[in-house]
Write a protein that binds this ligand. Sequence first.
Ligand SMILES: NC(=O)c1ccc[n+]([C@@H]2O[C@H](COP(=O)([O-])OP(=O)(O)OC[C@H]3O[C@@H](n4cnc5c(N)ncnc54)[C@H](OP(=O)(O)O)[C@@H]3O)[C@@H](O)[C@H]2O)c1
Length: 313
Amino acid sequence: MSELVYGCMGLGGDWDGEEVTVDAVDAAERAVLAALDAGMTTFDHADIYRRGKAERAFGLVLQRHPGLRDRIRIQTKVGITLPTDDVVGHYDLSGEAIRGRARACLERLGVDHVDTLLLHRPDPLMEPQDAADALQELVGEGLVGAVGVSNFSAAQMRSLQRHLDLPLAVNQLELSLHHRGFVEEGICVNTAASTSAPFPEGTLEHCREQGVQVQAWGSLAQGRYSGRLPDDAEGADRRTARLVARLAEELGATREEVVLGWLMKHPARIAPVVGSTDPDRILACAGAQRVAASMSREQWYALLTSARGAGVP
Ligand SMILES: NC(=O)c1ccc[n+]([C@@H]2O[C@H](COP(=O)([O-])OP(=O)(O)OC[C@H]3O[C@@H](n4cnc5c(N)ncnc54)[C@H](OP(=O)(O)O)[C@@H]3O)[C@@H](O)[C@H]2O)c1
């Protein structure tokens, strides 16, 4: 399913351990309402975002809008421990951590279940059977609707899926016009550049074959092609930003819609996760699917070759 997902990493204030302020909840509310106006109904979280404050702020927004919970899908992720003065940053996909952290997410969000729970990043110490048992238990208890992964390769997905009775529903990966290893991996096959594509081979194909939704984090490339670059920037980025602006005019679209439309034109039905907290910028993403449908093959390749700074092999 291709859709725009709203990414909640920017909600809740600073990355400190302080309480969520009323100002932060007000800002989160403005962003959430803009996302709804832009047609986004899936909200992406993680327990670590703003050290728990993104989920807390979101929970307070839900309290302000009775009935909203039933109109949206909530996704969250567990598995990363952020570094502190006393603890080294690390991953933990042990069954015990998955169970405990998922419950803590529900508490912060103030909900009785989340629609999807993702394992945030592969943990080399993960025992697939142990992680799968925890995920199934959470689904069995009705605390989680569906399960998925993030930043996993096809091989890692297969290894986990072997122990799961329910299908992995999502893989969330960094994909954008800037972080375009998923395209490079395919077009550089049988060329000298084939080993330098920073994307796990066959992962997109695996997701498509298995019906796993591919979600793209960093989908706006942090605004690199849609207004963030300084006017005097040089090189492929600058040229691509100019091309995005020109195509936006030709297609009667915003620059954000062109950048996201480029992703959504891909037949893997990529669902971009939009991480802006600016209501105007969120609304500027609304028509990305329409732009994807009207973007020609030539325009799509023009964006690709401009961003890579070279023609296709
Ligand atoms: N699974 C994972 O490992 C993972 C990792 C990172 C993120 N995520 C998820 O993906 C979502 C999106 O990721 P992201 O935030 O890295 O990527 P993004 O959506 O590409 O970028 C959003 C950021 O770029 C800024 N931005 C966008 N356009 C701009 C412009 N024209 N001028 C100035 N600033 C601009 C936004 O600022 P404003 O807020 O001011 O618009 C915001 O800080 C997150 O919210 C999170 O849900 C997942």
